[in-house]
Write a protein that binds this ligand. Structure first.
Ligand SMILES: [Zn+2]
Length: 467
């Protein structure tokens, strides 16, 4: 990673060079697409790698945590040093933070009254064997009397649950298992002390890991406003052990998961090329789940937006642009929803919104890039942009791009709030990243070349179609 401060001299050098050799520099940076008279914007894999490393170095960045705030600060410095005008907009939300946890099976005597003396607990590993779900409540363990008996339900599809009072309720995952909030309500009504989903369904390639998923935001940080219950998912293996030993062991759970109202940041970096109000938006979420570094989801997308912002400022095309780094995406698109609400009066000036969400391609698995669009008349020019950037960088022919009409107001990504307000939106997705929301979504899955490719494609399209 290049420290943000070092960006300043380079930027000054570029300015000096432009002043000295205006014509020549313009030709080499803002390339022409041959006879077609189109500007081509090429983002280098090196730059995408740099911005990826900058964000990734902060580790997991659940919104509201110190690491997320530190990454926000770093991205502000980095983008400011690149010559953009950067602000941070903030709006309050209820957030949770997993501070500490412990989960183990404790062997009990035949009457299940006391732990067997001298027997070791079987401890589970956080993030590997179990993760908390969004808006899980804490569990305070004082002594063995707080150990929990287990009850296991195979095919829960809704309605009242019997026999779970005072126990840890384990629900087997299946196709028709209700959503998180409904499960929390049902478990609470049943008097359960903890709720656990047993993953027997998703990600066989990763041996059915525990997967983080959020739940609907509570109306306030007062836990009484919500079905407060400790809420976990366990891996298939961990769940099988719990199930087979439920008559001879109890679960020992300790969890410190405070909730509080915090300001959710959105980084807004503005590039102004010309007078006039209209502009395009490039955005992606920079927050991650808490249980992994979020290499592909969505350090990749946020790094793409940052690299593109830097390149845009270098090339100075005649199209105004805003580069947005959202947070709170993992809890429920908080940042993008807030941004749209706060800017509702000026959305008419937004020419288009380009969203980058897991736009990384794991070439060892697949080579597909999907560009979702809503404006049917843009398809021809999207294809033209592809042709032009392939001419600049022929090796990008290894990606297979499919352009697909999609109603983006319905997707679970940051373009949805924009699309719902009538802003023509695009979203770019990669492939081969089944690891998201687990600890395995790390930098080894990330290929900066695919970030450079997707940002060059969308920027080249935008700069010509919307200028
Ligand atoms: Zn995600």
């Amino acid at each position: 990673m290049r420290p943000p401060a070092l960006r300043i001299p380079r930027r000054l050098l570029v300015v000096a060079a432009v002043l000295l050799l205006a014509g020549a520099v313009a030709a080499s940076t803002l390339m022409r697409g041959g006879e077609e008279e189109w500007e081509v914007v090429v983002v280098s894999p090196t730059l995408a790698h740099e911005t990826f490393q900058l964000l990734y170095s902060f580790g997991p960045r659940l919104t509201g945590t110190e690491s997320c705030e530190a990454a926000v600060e770093a991205s502000v410095s980095y983008l400011s040093a690149a010559g953009l005008n950067v602000t941070v907009e903030r709006h309050p939300h209820v957030l949770f933070e997993v501070r500490s946890s412990y989960l183990a099976l404790i062997p009990y005597g035949p009457a299940m009254n006391f732990p067997l003396p001298g027997r070791e607990p079987l401890e589970f590993v956080h993030a590997v064997d179990y993760v908390f779900q969004g808006y899980s409540w804490s569990y305070t363990w004082n002594d063995f009397r707080d150990d929990l008996e287990v009850t296991y339900v195979e095919n829960y599809e809704g309605g009242p649950i019997r026999g779970a009072s005072g126990k840890a309720l384990v629900l087997q995952m299946h196709e028709d298992l209700p959503g998180n909030l409904e499960l929390m309500k049902a478990a609470k009504r049943a008097g359960a002390k903890a709720l656990i989903i047993h993953n027997t369904r998703y990600d066989p390639d990763l041996n059915y890991p525990p997967i983080f998923k959020s739940s609907l935001e509570p109306p306030s940080a007062d836990p009484e406003s919500y079905p407060k219950i400790p809420f976990l998912m366990v891996s298939r293996d961990a769940g099988n052990i719990i199930r087979t030993q439920m008559n001879t062991t109890k679960l020992r759970l300790k969890a410190d998961i405070p909730w509080s109202v915090k300001e959710v940041p959105v980084v807004v970096a503005t590039y102004t090329a010309r007078s006039g109000q209209s502009y395009v938006i490039f955005g992606g979420h920079m927050d991650t789940v808490y249980n992994g570094p979020g290499g592909v989801d969505n350090t990749a997308g946020a790094a793409t937006v940052m690299a593109l912002a830097v390149r845009w400022a270098e090339l100075s095309p005649s199209l105004n642009a805003r580069f947005l780094l959202f947070t709170g995406e993992e809890e429920g698109l908080f940042g993008s929803t807030d941004y749209v609400s706060a800017h509702r009066g000026e959305l008419g000036e937004v020419l288009a919104m380009f969203n980058f969400d897991m736009n990384n391609v794991v070439l060892s698995v697949c080579n597909r890039v999907t560009v979702s669009y809503e404006d049917n008349s843009s398809v021809g020019d999207l294809k033209r942009a592809l042709k032009l950037i392939l001419r600049e960088t022929p090796s990008w022919g290894r990606y297979e791009v499919s352009f697909r009409y999609t109603d983006l107001s319905r997707v679970g990504s940051d373009c949805a709030p924009f699309s719902r307000e009538g802003v023509s939106s695009y979203s770019v997705w990669g492939c081969g990243s089944r690891e998201y929301h687990t600890p395995y979504d790390d930098s080894t899955r990330v290929f900066p070349d695919s970030l450079a490719f997707t940002s060059s494609l969308m920027a080249t399209f935008a700069v010509n179609y919307y200028s």
